[in-house]
Design a protein around this ligand. Structure first.
Ligand code: URA
Length: 220
């Protein structure tokens, strides 16, 4: 189907599931029943954001992974552990952050003899469908800074022309859902884990350097 057609995928949206005037707890409960796109069918559960309304920094990843889907919490698997280490090195306390994903359900394929669940990137339509949850989280948390982790989060917040390599480490000021926001894009921590052995340390240092820019922006 062409990107401009109006097939069933174009009607994917979480909007009818997002309650008006809800706080974070009520949003989280409502998100557990989201059927706004087909990703809920195979995932174990919705993985909603974690943290306090009023957190100074909001970290936005792509989608829950295998561990997150099992535990129902964002960034608790290998990418999350790497992210926590990088945040600490950059001087950002993960406890001060609201942590969420652009897409709230794990998308995967099964492969290999044990039919392991292998992460599959969400489509732009699935990401867009999930957008109302992210918009509601942003409106409630009102962070001073949004750290954009990778391309999917970037496209969700800044549009489909977002390219992480072009803007990583740069403090951006953009209007999002009618409100001015400060954003700091960087690579997704999984890309560090996926880097070749000889490139991994530099990739990690690059992530830490970007997060230091975020820490400095928050200090101002
Ligand atoms: N990758 C993400 O983008 N989010 C998670 O919660 C875990 C891995």
């Amino acid at each position: 189907m062409s990107p401009s057609s109006t097939g069933p995928e174009d009607r994917y949206t979480a909007a009818p599931f997002v309650p008006d005037g809800a706080g974070l707890d009520a949003l989280r409960r409502a998100a557990a029943g989201c059927r706004g796109c087909p990703l809920h069918r195979d995932a174990t559960r919705t993985v909603f954001g974690e943290g306090e309304a009023g957190a100074r920094v909001m970290l936005v990843g792509e989608q829950p992974g295998d561990q997150e889907d099992r535990q129902g919490r964002p960034f608790v698997g290998p990418a999350g552990r790497l992210l926590d280490r990088a945040l600490a090195e950059a001087g950002l306390d993960p406890a001060d952050a609201y942590v969420t994903n652009a897409v709230k359900h794990f998308k995967f394929t099964r492969s290999g003899p044990g039919k392991r669940r292998i992460h599959k990137a969400p489509s732009l339509r699935e990401t867009t469908a999930c957008g109302p949850w992210l918009a509601a989280e942003l409106a409630l948390v009102e962070p001073e800074l949004v750290v954009v982790l990778g391309a999917t989060a970037g496209k969700a917040l800044l549009g489909s022309s977002f390219r992480v390599g072009e803007v990583r480490g740069t403090l951006l000021e953009r209007e999002i859902h009618g409100r001015p926001r400060r954003l700091l894009p960087t690579v997704h921590p999984s890309s560090v884990l996926r880097a070749r052995d000889q490139d991994r340390e530099a990739a990690y240092e690059g992530l830490v350097a970007d997060l230091r820019t975020a820490a400095r922006a928050l200090a101002k």
